[in-house]
Ligand binder design. Structure first.
Ligand code: HEC
Length: 205
């Protein structure tokens, strides 16, 4: 957009030097514009309504995928004993700004949002094909680091209604339902980095 007007100005003056300088000036201005657009403050990953109601995060499948597990559980009566073959895949994402900060400092900044998306597992054993894969998404949970809102630093949310439909927003679970296990068993500030090779690899040594 800048280039044609630069040409008009320089053509009128007629000098090759003026033309080059004008072009350089316009190029610098437009580059500065692009840089500002790319590094400007992003919208927060967590959007709250009222006191602690969290709007269901969208776009998280474009966030950083930090790990995946199958049937992983501290429960005494885990999915696979209750119903063999019914383990779920757990897919975990972190918002990109928090990922960048974590890779710089090894700490999860205020406003970090993490997503746990659960999917059913399908096992194939047929001639020429075997193994397990994710079939359907069945549940969506999130955690948010916000020390002003949550006494233990993190709030925990579920967005799945009975029957699998997703809610538009959710209120936090009481600390005993989620926070206490994360507080006891997770390796880094309530986050299970022991199961996320992507975060271990990027943490500063
Ligand atoms: C008994 C222990 C336990 C309880 C209770 C628990 N979690 Fe977790 N949570 C885990 C483990 C283990 C992981 C590691 C990821 C996985 O499941 O593969 C995890 C991971 C997560 C993550 C991904 C980010 C992170 O912190 O590592 C979210 C989000 C999450 N849980 C939400 C919840 C919510 C919401 C509840 C309450 C409804 C809850 N959790 C209750 C054990 C627990």
């Amino acid at each position: 957009l800048c280039l044609p007007s630069a040409y008009v100005i320089s053509d009128r003056k007629g000098g090759a030097v003026v033309k080059t300088i004008t072009l350089l000036a316009f190029a610098t201005i437009s580059l500065a514009g692009i840089t500002a657009a790319q590094t400007g403050p992003a919208a927060p990953a967590a959007i709250f309504e009222g006191t602690n109601t969290l709007v269901r995060p969208v776009g998280y499948r474009e966030w950083v995928f930090v790990g995946s597990s199958l049937g992983l559980s501290y429960a005494q009566n885990p999915e696979q004993t209750r119903n063999p073959g019914a383990e779920l895949y757990h897919n975990v994402y972190i918002d990109p700004a928090a990922y960048r900060e974590y890779s710089r400092t090894g700490k999860f900044p205020e406003g970090t949002v993490m997503i746990l998306e659960l999917a059913s597992a399908e096992t194939k054993r047929e001639p020429g094909l075997q193994g397990s894969y994710e079939k359907e998404f069945v549940a969506l949970e999130a955690s948010v680091k916000d020390s002003k809102r949550f006494e233990g630093g993190w709030g925990y949310y579920g967005f799945t209604e009975r029957g699998g439909t997703l809610k538009a927003k959710a209120d936090p679970f009481p600390p005993g339902s989620c926070w206490s296990c994360h507080n006891q068993k997770a390796a880094t500030d309530h986050v299970f980095t022991q199961f996320y090779p992507v975060l271990r690899a990027v943490a500063p040594k």
